[in-house]
Write a protein that binds this ligand. Structure first.
Ligand code: BG6
Length: 489
């Protein structure tokens, strides 16, 4: 038996199987896992939704979704294998009495029940109650859920409490799809498998760190959801803070879930609070105005379909974050994320400290610092920017900024880079919780984010406009300029 098939077969039940998440991400990822032979032959996929259709129509819907979102050819043999696993049950998710029907399709004796909640959190309560009432859950059952897990600490606690009334913490798999991305996982390898980084990863050698998660897309028909959420809650509370914890955590004793969760929680606890008194100096909020993306005119946030023209929700946020512990004392982390920026780019840039003395003054008045640039997406890779001597026999040594460039696509030509959802769905089926979030982590992150959100509300802060297709409001440049630094462009 290969490493691919060491987990037990599952009954993967998708609640909200006809919804957007299921059609755009879950079914696509499952098909790709099927193609790569990562799904156990006896695993079944059961779609649940309120629409009155049968399995054949669900299979047809899945086929159409794959045609639309796969970006790859649908292979007949793979599709046959995949579609044979699919079935559908009509359940009104708000009707607790209807979950009994699951007993007709779930095989607890030979398969593990994995419940994927691909629905809005307001339905979690009735799904949990319905499952409890049906008596179908066992100690081996799991549940998978993803953001938004609340919109603040209070609502997040309510959701977690509802889920905890039926599933133990060990049975709950909370997804942040960034943790399934190859390059985010590679942070563990980079940091804890390479001595050059392990010994230099602290305030003695690092000047500051930048994390950018820039998106080209706008709101894409999600105005209603997004306007109640904003970029701070939609992206920073989860994806950026997760990347931050991977960069900043202490070495875990092993790769077990508990060891990693504990180290991440310590980082979250050490984040210096941003409050009413310092929010203006540490944060920048922005909202895109009309502009150009790749030469095409695009509307501003307030002109999007369904927009409330008075909205003060931010589509951009930049922060200076300080981590109050021994390793990071005095090393600021600058985080920025926004919609309708110049391009899609997720990267981490680690700026090392400048050398104390320059012996190459004749050719370089000021030696630029070394930089480690980790490209998370697109064009995954790692670069180190360093100075080298230009070959030649001139009187003075001449230096040039050069790059050690490790591109994943060139270096790992034969390995496919799997998407975040593929990795995480597989891990949930395997029963490995390492890459999922613990309740404490989520609640700690909300505590820190709530303080920023409350400070903005208290100060009646309004977002600064920026033209679509730029790097955000000029105030974001000023945020770093005040500290004598600038963003990596
Ligand atoms: C989601 C956010 O979690 O992540 C979206 O809700 C965002 O607003 C998306 O566009 C970005 O994910 P990725 O994988 O494309 O960087």
């Amino acid at each position: 038996m290969t490493d691919k098939k060491i987990y037990k077969p599952c009954d993967l039940v998708i609640y909200g199987a006809l919804g957007d998440l299921s059609k755009r991400k879950l079914l696509i990822s499952l098909y790709r896992l099927e193609k790569a032979c990562f799904i156990e032959p006896d695993t079944c996929i059961i779609g649940i939704d309120r629409h009155d259709i049968g399995s054949p129509e669900f299979i047809e819907t899945a086929y159409n979704s794959l045609q639309e979102f796969l970006n790859d050819d649908l292979e007949d043999i793979v599709w046959k294998r995949f579609s044979d696993r699919l079935s559908y049950l009509k359940i009104d998710l708000t009707r607790v009495d209807q979950y009994q029907q699951l007993n007709t399709v779930i095989d607890q004796k030979s398969r593990i029940m994995v419940n994927y909640f691909a629905v809005s959190p307001f339905l979690f309560k009735s799904i949990c109650q319905g499952l409890a009432k049906s008596g179908i859950l066992t100690a081996s059952s799991r549940m998978v859920m993803e953001k938004p897990i609340g919109h603040d600490l209070k609502s997040s606690k309510e959701i977690n409490d509802e889920v905890a009334s039926v599933f133990s913490e060990q049975q709950v798999y909370r997804i942040d799809h960034y943790l399934g991305k190859e390059t985010v996982l590679n942070l563990l390898a980079l940091r804890f498998a390479n001595s050059i980084f392990t010994t230099n990863w602290n305030h003695n050698t690092i000047d500051h760190i930048q994390i950018t998660v820039a998106e080209e897309v706008g709101i894409e028909g999600r105005w209603d959801y997004f306007d109640k959420t904003g970029q701070l809650r939609d992206m920073l509370q989860n994806h950026l803070l997760q990347i931050l914890t991977f960069i900043a955590m202490e070495p875990p004793v092993n790769l077990e879930a508990e060891s990693i969760h504990n180290e991440k929680i310590k980082v979250l606890k050490a984040l210096r609070p941003i409050t009413i008194s310092n929010v203006e100096e540490k944060t920048v909020r922005g909202q895109y105005a009309a502009g150009y993306i790749k030469g095409c005119a695009v509307p501003g946030y307030l002109e999007e379909d369904g927009a409330n023209t008075e909205s003060t929700t931010e589509s951009f946020v930049a922060l200076r974050v300080d981590i109050d512990n021994w390793r990071w004392a005095g090393v600021p982390f600058y985080l920025r994320t926004g919609k309708r920026l110049t391009g899609k780019r997720t990267e981490i840039v680690v700026y090392f400290k400048q050398l104390p003395h320059n012996i190459f003054k004749d050719s370089f008045r000021e030696l630029p610092p070394n930089k480690l640039i980790i490209h998370l997406q697109p064009n995954e890779g790692v670069e180190i920017e360093m100075l080298n001597k230009i070959p030649g026999i001139d009187e003075h040594i001449k230096l040039k900024k050069t790059k050690l460039d490790l591109s994943f696509s060139d270096t790992f030509k034969t390995s496919r880079i799997f998407g975040g959802y593929e990795k995480l769905i597989l891990e949930a089926m395997r029963g490995n919780p390492t890459l999922f979030l613990s309740r404490e982590e989520i609640e700690q992150a909300w505590t820190w984010i709530d303080s920023i959100q409350n400070a903005w509300t208290h100060n009646k802060d309004t977002p600064k406009p920026y033209p679509a297709g730029t790097w955000g409001p000029v105030a974001s440049v000023a945020l770093l300029a005040r500290d004598g630094r600038d963003w990596e462009e």
